[in-house]
Design a protein around this ligand. Structure first.
Ligand code: ASP
Length: 309
């Protein structure tokens, strides 16, 4: 297997063998996270900085818990409490933190390409993309792949139907790239206003009617409308009409009732998903969260060159 890269900026930084290795490496961390004492010492002496310029519940806390469970020193910085408020540039903030010699900096930023920019302009630290604008979210997709592999055994040949604001979703984009590496197929469902132009060139099947896509899906992956990235609010007539056309409700779910339901969170219940479906036994939403900690333990360990618990 090729050595792991220094940074994790895009899912395409990893080969299929490396993704499978991270999935395998996560399994003992899942067990550790279910033990009474949820602590190992493998990352003692390692420093992880969470640098978050955008809001986050899951990604930030799971990187923090992941680092702490492995005894790393974890520092959280949010833009609202940092010198960014005093006019400091992203480059200066990144170089300042890198000068403190952390092993890993996890970055979330509203601009696409910001993590690549920091990786280029800092030295001696691993940069992890914790979500950059509408571009990519590789650690979410790795978490999803762990969840799906543990449910199915293998994702190869499966059909994942992604529904909602595809245009502004970094999760959708990373899945479209991961599908080619891992051998699953992706259907996307959205109104034309929430689809990037020429998306079919990324190798997916495009649908505008939810019912047409749902039959034959192995997984239905629901997305939140990324209001913070919508330049105007005229992508659809109203939330009520959006929900009627693109919301996952029980009647639609019955068209593929063996499918797993995924959502990266945060969910807007009553908009893209109804509560009865979100709480259904096929829903993997909380498994995704649990697996997210184990996968991030595997990612941090691997980037620090540690391969065993
Ligand atoms: N948590 C995911 C992200 O940061 C999805 C979302 O926010 O809707 O991209």
């Amino acid at each position: 297997m090729k050595p792991f890269p220094q940074h994790l900026l895009s899912i395409t930084d990893l080969t299929r063998a490396q993704i499978n290795a991270l999935i395998d490496f996560s399994q003992p961390f899942l067990d550790l996270s279910r033990d009474d004492i949820r602590k190992a010492s493998t990352m003692r002496g390692k420093t992880v900085i969470n640098l978050f310029f955008e809001n986050s519940t899951r990604t930030r806390s799971s990187f923090e818990i992941a680092g702490k469970r492995l005894s790393a020193d974890v520092i959280n910085i949010s833009a609202s409490m940092s010198a960014v408020q005093k006019g400091e540039t992203l480059m200066d903030t990144g170089q300042t933190l890198a000068a403190m010699r952390p092993h890993v900096v996890v970055v979330r930023h509203g601009d696409s390409g910001s993590c690549h920019f920091l990786a280029k302009h800092t030295q001696g630290t691993s940069i992890v993309n914790g979500g950059d604008g509408a571009h990519e979210h590789p650690t979410q997709v790795l978490t999803d792949l762990l969840t799906l592999k543990n449910a199915w055994g293998d994702v190869k040949g499966k059909v994942i139907t992604i529904v909602g604001d595809i245009k502004h979703s970094r999760v959708a984009r990373s899945h479209l790239l991961a599908a080619k590496i891992m051998g699953y197929s992706v259907r996307v469902v959205a109104p034309k206003t929430l689809l990037p132009l020429h998306i079919e060139k990324m190798g997916c099947d495009v649908f505008h009617r939810f019912e047409d896509a749902i039959v034959g899906s192995d997984c239905i992956y629901m997305l939140r409308i990324q209001n913070e990235r919508l330049k105007t609010n005229c992508s659809f007539p109203s939330i009520r009409e959006y929900h009627e056309a693109y919301g996952l409700n029980m009647a639609r779910f019955k068209l593929a009732s063996d499918a797993l339901i995924l959502h990266p969170g945060p969910m807007n219940r009553g908009v893209e998903i109804t509560s009865d479906v979100a709480n259904h036994a096929q829903s993997q939403v909380l498994n995704q969260v649990e697996n997210g900690v184990a996968m991030r333990m595997a990612i941090l360990s691997t980037l620090c060159g540690l391969e065993a618990l």
